[in-house]
Structure formats: structure tokens, C-alpha cells
Design a protein around this ligand. Structure first.
Ligand code: LMR
Length: 391
């Protein structure tokens, strides 16, 4: 029977991890998968997380089951950081722990489907796994252009998409640090989006996977909070994989807001049933470590400092790229106005291949680069390689 299965290509983004590892050129540059690197090119465990993990090992009384919602101490400790004063009261907001941001996206969309959503509007390009999850859930994806050629967000496309939507549609929005383009909505644009969503029957699903890597924790949550203030029903997929550096520990959270506590409780009961059927309950360790960071003032401060360092290094790399202007035919100037780890370069698949073969620069086939893979030591080599390949 299993012989009927067709061969699938490996996930193109994750395949880059192995290809990069296998390359023995000493000056290779990894701009592939979205992992933050320090100025030395390392991805160390956060000191705040190490501190929490030490305490966790010493103090954790049991590893017995917690239930499909996971560690609710973790879920609730995140709420003030994510929602600020836009968190709806009266039991209208509740959440669950998920296996990473991917688990949270999956749960949000599966719940939307249970609630009658059949189509999901999504700016393109997007994180490739969004489309894969939609396809696996048999939800129709309706794409609209996310970014203009000048590196700004395409508001007209979003306005038109929302205007044409019905009450069986959801819209999937990136809260900040858009993956893959780095093109975020401005605060004014978010205010307008919140108003448009409030006046439409569409269900917003906000994927917030990079909070704190753009302009700051509060600044990066501006859009989410603007929507929460105006729209009653919102689903949120949150990831701690990047802003706590917990990638392989898979630490995420799903939140749902509705018009009243009773509807939220019903939504959560459905999410719990979906979680049980998918992964039963989320892995505990990383979420427990985040909870311990957030429950301890000194560890929280250490985490915020570590996050600020990441943000400032990403900003420095972006500024240096932007200041270099054109590399061959590629204008790097807009990268200075974009946010987060990612930027899309207008290069062909052949040019991406050439960057890898001739210059040991690894980037996604789409032309996306992870700017956090660049350091002051390798950035000139990258710019020179890009200039040569695109001239
Ligand atoms: C990325 O886009 O590189 C990250 O979100 C990692 C992933 O899981 O794809």
C-alpha cells in the first residue's frame, strides 16, 4: 500500500541547513534558514534561558502530563508582553501552548476551518510553510501582493482583498518583521487595517513570530494591538523560537479573542480537541524556561537586554547594506527601511545557484536572505558576490 506514495521533495528551506553544513569552504556564508547569529556567527543559547534552565533542572518537581493546553503559566506570562493594554478582559482572551510557531499557525487555521472558514487571504510572497499548512488543511488560499517594487507595503492589494471578503474568509497577517520581505505595515497603515477589519466579516489570524526583532517589543506588537482594540474576534499565532532563541525546543502559543468569555471558552475547547488529535500536548521544557524568565525580574531584564542586542545588530547590518546602495543590479537601499531578519532580493534562481556555487553564499531559492547571517567580517564579501552575480 505504501508503495502508492509519491516521492516528495525535501522542504527547500530546511534542506539548506544540510547543504551548508556539507560545504567545506572556510569563507561560506549562511543566509538561509531564519536563525539569528551573533557578530561571531554563532547562535548561542540566551544567558537568560540558561539561567532559567538551571533553575528548572534543580526545581522541577515532576514531568507528569499537563494536558493539551500545556503550561498555562507560560501562556499567561506572555500576555502582557504580547497584548499590553490591548488585552481584552472579561475572559474574552485565552490561549494554549503549542509546539512552536508552526503549531500555533496550524492550530489557528484548523480552528478557523472548524468555525466555517473556507478561504484564507494571504499576502504573497509569504513564509512557504503558510501555504503548505493551508494546502494540508484543504483551505483555499487567495493570494494578494504584499509588497510594492519600491519596498513599501501594498496597501491597495490588502484593501481590495478585505473589501471582497465574506464571512467564510480569514486573512493571515504577519504581525511584524515580515517573512520573507521584511516589509511591514506602518502604524498608520495598521490603524487603517484594524478599521477595515472591524467593518468586515473577515476573521483576522495574526502570525507574530519575531516580536522584539524589529523596533522593540511594544513597537512590534503595534499592529496586533491595533487590531485587538477594534476587532472582537482574532486568532493569534505566537512564536518564542526566535525572540528567546529556542528554535529546536519548539515554543509557541495560540491565543483566541471573541466577543464574550463563553464564546472564547468554546473556541478553546475546540482548540484543545484539535491539539489532542494532533500532538496531544506540547513539549514542556522550552515553555517552562520562558515562564521562569518572565516570572523573574532579573531574568526578564537579562532577556530584554539580549533581545535589544539582537535587534541592534540586525539594524547595523541593515544600515550597512542600505548604505552600499546598488550591488550590481540590486538596490540594497530599501533594506534599511525594512525590519527583522529577512529581505527579498530580486535575483533569479540561477543567480541564487551561482551565489552558492561560485561564492559559497547560501540563500533561499526565492531570493530571500537572512540578514542576521551577515557580520561586519563577511558583509563586504557578500555585497561583492551579489554585484558580480547580478552585473
Ligand atoms: C524561516 O522562515 O527560515 C524560519 O521561520 C524557520 C522555518 O521554520 O522555516
Amino acid at each position: 500500500m505504501l508503495n502508492r506514495l509519491e516521492q516528495q521533495a525535501p522542504d527547500a528551506l530546511l534542506a539548506l541547513i544540510k547543504l551548508f553544513k556539507a560545504d567545506d569552504r572556510p569563507d561560506k556564508i549562511d543566509l538561509g534558514v531564519g536563525v539569528y547569529k551573533t557578530a561571531d556567527g554563532d547562535t548561542p543559547v540566551f544567558a537568560s534561558i540558561k539561567g532559567a534552565e538551571r533553575r528548572l533542572v534543580a526545581e522541577q518537581p515532576s514531568k507528569s502530563y499537563l494536558g493539551p493546553e500545556g503550561d498555562m503559566g507560560f501562556v499567561n506570562a506572555l500576555i502582557p508582553h504580547v497584548f499590553g493594554d490591548a488585552a481584552p478582559g472579561g475572559g474574552r482572551l485565552n490561549g494554549m501552548q503549542t509546539p512552536g510557531g508552526t503549531g500555533a499557525v496550524r492550530l489557528s487555521l484548523a480552528l478557523a476551518k472548524r468555525a466555517g472558514v473556507t478561504r484564507v487571504l494571504m499576502g504573497t510572497p509569504s513564509w512557504p510553510n503558510h501555504a503548505q499548512i493551508l494546502s494540508d488543511l484543504k483551505l483555499e488560499m487567495v493570494g494578494f501582493g504584499h509588497a510594492n517594487a519600491d519596498g513599501s507595503a501594498n496597501m491597495d492589494a490588502l484593501r481590495a482583498a478585505i473589501a471582497g471578503a465574506s464571512d467564510s474568509d480569514a486573512v493571515l497577517l504577519h504581525g511584524c518583521c515580515h517573512n520573507p520581505t521584511g516589509v511591514d505595515y506602518s502604524h498608520d497603515e495598521w490603524d487603517e487595517i484594524a478599521g477595515l477589519l472591524a467593518a468586515s466579516p473577515i476573521l483576522p489570524v495574526i502570525d507574530l513570530a519575531y516580536q522584539g526583532l524589529g523596533d522593540g517589543l511594544d513597537e512590534d506588537a503595534y499592529g496586533l494591538r491595533a487590531v485587538m482594540r477594534q476587532v472582537e474576534e482574532v486568532l493569534v499565532a505566537y512564536s518564542c523560537d526566535k525572540n528567546f532563541g529556542l528554535y529546536r525546543d519548539r515554543v509557541g502559543a495560540f491565543y483566541v479573542a471573541t466577543g464574550d468569555g463563553e464564546a472564547t471558552a468554546r473556541a478553546i475547547s475546540n482548540a484543545a480537541a484539535l491539539a489532542r488529535a494532533n500532538w496531544s500536548m506540547p513539549p514542556d521544557h522550552g515553555g517552562a524556561a520562558v515562564r521562569m524568565v518572565l516570572e523573574d525580574e532579573a531574568l526578564t531584564k537579562q532577556w530584554l537586554d539580549e533581545l535589544a542586542d539582537m535587534r541592534s545588530r540586525i539594524g547595523q547590518v541593515r544600515a550597512k547594506l542600505a548604505a552600499s546602495g546598488y550591488a550590481g543590479s540590486v538596490n540594497l537601499e530599501p533594506l534599511g527601511r525594512q525590519r527583522g531578519m529577512f529581505a527579498m532580493l530580486p535575483v533569479s534562481k540561477d543567480q541564487v545557484q551561482q551565489m552558492r556555487a561560485d561564492h559559497a553564499v547560501y540563500m533561499a531559492g526565492s531570493g530571500r536572505i537572512n540578514v542576521a547571517g551577515l557580520t561586519m567580517d563577511n558583509i563586504d564579501k557578500f555585497i561583492a558576490a551579489l554585484a558580480e552575480v547580478t552585473s
